[in-house]
Design a protein around this ligand. Structure first.
Ligand code: HH2
Length: 269
């Protein structure tokens, strides 16, 4: 899943693809690099981000989706928590809604997705982006994130979303310390085994990678986290993730192809 952020303030690429033509061109470049799905977002969810009004978010994403849907050669998803934005995006040709609130912010989004027969990604986040990094705590992070995702998948099914249209994401960096993120990734097989849905993982360029690779309390900057990201991509794909959400599609797509070649070379059990 290649990321196209049509925002002024996203943590890794804010402001780069604000023009719809430039954003669409970036989407096509991600596909040329091997992305199988494009995720278009008009609101940053980085820690501390302020919400964007629905009208503004729609104004950002719809022209980009119109340019890419049906033309980019891959399905398009919209990264939104808002029912009206999801509706406009689906009308414009998106076929998946990637909802980092898992329907908690605007429950009506579940009906919008169900009515359109679209795909739906539920993600775990502790609270909301403004406060999620204020001292996040869990008893057992894997169990609690798994409980939450199961509950939200059940809510999505109850709203009429097709079983085969669902995917679940532990929400790396969304109300989690470095330790929580590492534990979720290390115990991904346990989480994946619990969920009756394909698992999505989004680690791309996130802060925990900068923290691991930095030194003396200084994080490695966002633009130098690609190699660390690739390690997490390979790790996640080897441990049950079916979709990885990345800003740079080429290394991830090449890793997928090499992993597939290795899998077919494995002796049968
Ligand atoms: N991460 C971000 C946004 N959306 N969706 C899913 N399903 N999983 C994720 O891990 C995820 C997500 C944050 O990354 P980005 O979109 O690059 O940043 P920003 O929120 O600042 O736009």
């Amino acid at each position: 899943m290649g990321v196209v952020n049509v925002t002024p303030d996203s943590f890794s690429d804010g402001g780069r693809w604000l023009d719809p033509g430039a954003a669409a061109e970036h989407g096509r470049a991600l596909v040329a690099d091997g992305a199988d799905l494009l995720d278009i977002g008009g609101e940053s969810t980085r820690p501390g981000a302020e919400p964007v009004p629905a009208d503004e978010e729609r104004r950002r994403v719809v022209p980009v989706i119109e340019r890419l849907a049906g033309d980019a050669g891959v399905p398009v998803s919209v990264d939104t928590t808002k029912a009206d934005v999801a509706s406009a995006a689906l009308d414009a040709g998106a076929v998946v809604v990637n909802d980092v609130s898992a329907g908690r912010f605007e429950p009506r989004i579940l009906d919008v997705v169900a009515d359109a027969g679209a795909g739906y990604v539920v993600m775990h986040m502790l609270g909301d982006p403004r406060t999620m990094q204020d001292d996040p705590r869990y008893g057992d992070v894997v169990r609690e994130v798994g409980d939450f995702l199961q509950e939200r998948l059940t809510a999505a099914r109850a709203a009429g979303i097709d079983e085969r249209a669902l995917a679940a994401d532990p929400g790396i960096g969304f109300g989690k310390t470095v330790r929580h993120n590492l534990e979720l990734l290390a115990r991904l097989p346990e989480l994946a085994a619990r969920l009756d849905a394909p698992v999505v993982v989004g680690t791309s360029r996130k802060r925990f990678i900068g923290a691991i690779l930095g030194g003396d309390g200084v994080e490695l900057p966002v633009d130098r986290r690609e190699e660390g990201t690739l390690a997490t991509v390979v790790h996640a794909l080897e441990r049950g993730a079916r979709i990885v959400r990345v800003h740079d599609a080429r290394p991830a797509a090449q890793a997928v192809r090499v992993l597939e070649a290795l899998r077919t070379a494995e002796p049968a059990a």
